[in-house]
Structures are given as C-alpha cells and as structure tokens.
Design a protein around this ligand. Sequence first.
Ligand code: CA
Length: 309
Amino acid sequence: MFNKLLAGITAGLMLLCTLSFNAQAAGYTQTRYPIVLVHGLFGFDSIAGIPYFYDIPDGLASGGARVFLAQVSATNSNEVRGEQLLSQVRQVLAITGATRVNLIGHSQGGLTARYVAAVRPDLVASVTSVGTPHKGSRVADLVRNVLPPGSVSESVARDVIQGVADLIDEISGGNLPQNPLAALDALTTPGTRTFNTRYPAGLPTTACGSGAARVNNVAYYSWGGIANYTNFYDVSDAILGATGLVFGDEDNDGLVGRCSNHLGTIIYDDYFQNHLDEVDQVFGLVSPFTSNPVTLFRAQANRLRNAGY
Ligand code: CA
C-alpha cells in the first residue's frame, strides 16, 4: 500500500516536472518583439557559420524567440554603427511585421543600441547592454595615451587595425566602412562623456548607481562581469588577464570596469565572467562553475517576455 502510494506520488511529481519543463521550453524566450543581437568592437554577425554570440542565438531561438544578428562596422563610431543598426532594425520590422524590437548589445554594441533607441524610440521596446563601457574603458584610455592624435605611432596602429578590421569585414561579408580611430575615441572616458551628453537615456546619474528603468517608453537593462581568468583552456583569458591589470583595484571583466557597465535596471554587475565569456566565447569556453552566458540571455528574454516586450 505504502509502496503504491509512493509510486503514485513519484509519477505525479514526474508528470508535473515534465509539464513545467515543456511549458518553459515552449515559450520561455518567446518575446513579443524580435530580439536583435548587436556585436561589439572587432565583431561580426557570424563567420563560417559561427556567430559572434556563439551558442546564444540558438539558445534564445529554442525557447521561441525570433532572433536576428546585426552586422555593423567592426570598427567605427557609435553614431556610424548606430545608423547601420537602425537600417537593419527597419529590415527586421519589415521581415517580421513587428512594430518594435528588443536590442541586446555586447560591449560597444550597447552604445550602438543606445543610439538607435535615442533617435527612434518608437521602434525600440528595450535596450539591454552586456559588458558595455557606458562610461568608457580604461584600456581604451591607455591605448589613446600611447597613440596621441597626429603621432606616427597613431597612424601605424591605425593602418594595422584597419587591416584587421577589413579582414573581419571581408570574411564575414559585411562590406562596411571601417574607422579604427573613431572606434577608439568612442570607447575612451572623454569619448563616452561626449556621447552620453547627447544620448543620456538610461544612464546612472551617480558614479556607480542604476539608471532609469524606462525612458521615452524604452526599457533599459544591463549586466556585466568582473572576472579575468575563468577557464583554463581558453587562451584569450591571458590577454584579458593582462588588460585587466590596467584597472588596478577596480573590478573589471578585462576591458570594462564594473561601474561602467551600468545602464537602466542593473540585473547583475559582477558575474564571474570576463569580457569574452559574456558572449559565450571563445567557442563556449567559460567558467563551468557559475551561470552560463546562454542561461543569462535566455533569462533576459524571459524577463522581457514577462514585461510584455
Ligand atoms: Ca572565455
């Protein structure tokens, strides 16, 4: 009798678990408006079938989201990249018949998304930034100091980076204009200060606080990481570990300081992720011990869905 009762309860619990899992799988990430993922500096939509956001687009789509990968200049100003993104947003709206989009931008992609939300808030339901240097990057500041405007070192560096950017653009089929120095100036502390004066929506008003949750009917969210070394097998950790030294005592993800990643509603500003972990790179090599980036993007899609976006 007891065994039968136990078996019945177990079967009931299993059915309940299956039902709740199915309910989650079916519409967990099914946002009302399409999601547009916006890459950062040196980024691309996909190369040889591998997205900049690696497993994240599939993770979002598997729960019902309509996901689009923007491709803007790998190196350029926030405004030039923003205009490119705006024209792609219009294409997404035309393809899907939707009236607005949810923009999720990584690194400089967050600044790019903010530009679009500022100039066309009617087309944007939400902006989510991930590891974005809203108040600049100390690494960009350092590079700018090493390469003063008009110097020989600046022109040599510009030519080298232009070559890299052109290569990324060519193999990812972008055919977009590149401007490495405009990109660098867009990511320095003075550069972001100028940008923020023009486009302040969602920015914290204090040094390390949160920003307005909604501005002009656009919802703003952010998250970021504060780790440098997270996965023994990822060679990029050594690079981010070196750049992270520039920050001294300040928490950072290798390229962006903790307080600089704040925008709108702060979901979490100190995940155990470095700058590339935030987009599930390289090739999914992230810390196995903390929240997976794919899980975080899916949770954000669910948050947007529940908020009616
Ligand atoms: Ca990694």
